[in-house]
Design a protein around this ligand. Sequence first.
Ligand SMILES: *Cc1c(COP(=O)(O)O)cnc(C)c1O
Length: 407
Amino acid sequence: MAVPLLDLRLQYHALKDELDAALIRVAESQVCILGPEVSALEKELAAYLGVRHAIGVSSGTDALLMALMALDIGPGDEVIVPTFSFFATAGCVSRTGATPVLVDVDHTAYNMDPALLERAITPRTKAIIPVHLFGQAAPMDQILTIADAHGIPVIEDAAQAIGTTWRDGRPVGGLGRIGCFSFYPTKNLGAFGDAGLITTNDDELAVRLIQLRNHGMEPKYYHAFIGGNFRLDALQAAVLRVKLPYLDQWHAARQHNAGLYERLFVEAGVSTGPGRTTFSADDLILLPEAVNHTASSGSNHHIFNQYTIRSAHRNALRAHLADRGIGAEIYYPVPFHRQACFADLQARDTDFPVANCLADTVLSIPIFPELSEAQIREVVETIVDFERNHAAEPAECADCKECGTTH
Ligand SMILES: *Cc1c(COP(=O)(O)O)cnc(C)c1O
């Protein structure tokens, strides 16, 4: 049985009538950019996310770039980012002329380690960008406490985390100064192309962001500052408006699938449960842990945009899964400090032991809402078989001595 990493056609066919009608509605209106569809989406998303302002933009990448531009960040400034994320988090900092300052992540949620954040702050630090990686909130209490003590704004990269809630049940993206979201098709809420969102509770900042989205123009053909074309298409907004009411049930289906994986891997004896950071005879694979869950916080503490396990034989496991028609992907094989384009940062590889270990061991496996139980069982059986047969072989990541993981 083939199990793709993601099959978006299933979601389309489940909502085909509604989606097709929305697309035709835009075609008939010929209001193609911004307009009433985008305004309506912005209202609906502001309510969903519990923020004063939600501004539809061209992509998650552009949301990050706009956030930095709106805060006047540029040459000579520093912005602190985790070294383990999708490229855009750091790429946007460099595009403004500022310098990304990289910090390592933690072993359980793979998010920015707040213990390292304080040490990375200098008089030049102009923003901190925590990433809510794979759909799980970064440790925002600690990050915001440190940021507030230094008067540094926090830009949340919530591209993978729309609807994720923090400990007190508040959605991420509204916790810091600015939130950035992506509707890239593989995100939990995906458009039919590129699209993104920027959120803030600051009225003045919202005015500036709306102006930035359209070349800094206000009024027409007058430019007090330089923005860009960061506008959202009406077609994308119409698609997203159809999908938004289903988002929470899709989150629930992903959480259900994650629970099933956890139970089956534990029953099969290849894991003692989530939260382990050390490979052993009882933990041949490591499972993701929902670290910020408290009983009172509601159910969206982890929306599982990815379900990411770790294996000491990750590359061989991935090849084995591919042979069996099971999709799996490495998010992310190269942390920022190892990227050729960031060589000028002169980051020391040994400063990032956790990210280095993750880069060698992580593997994201199918988690999308429409997966059947039979497909999940197939994925688990294939992984369990492989791990049992390879348990005695040396770990691929045996060189990784500093991360605290023993193999
Ligand atoms: C997807 C993603 C982005 C960029 O979003 P796009 O819409 O693809 O530009 C930024 N940061 C993270 C963490 C992402 O996963």
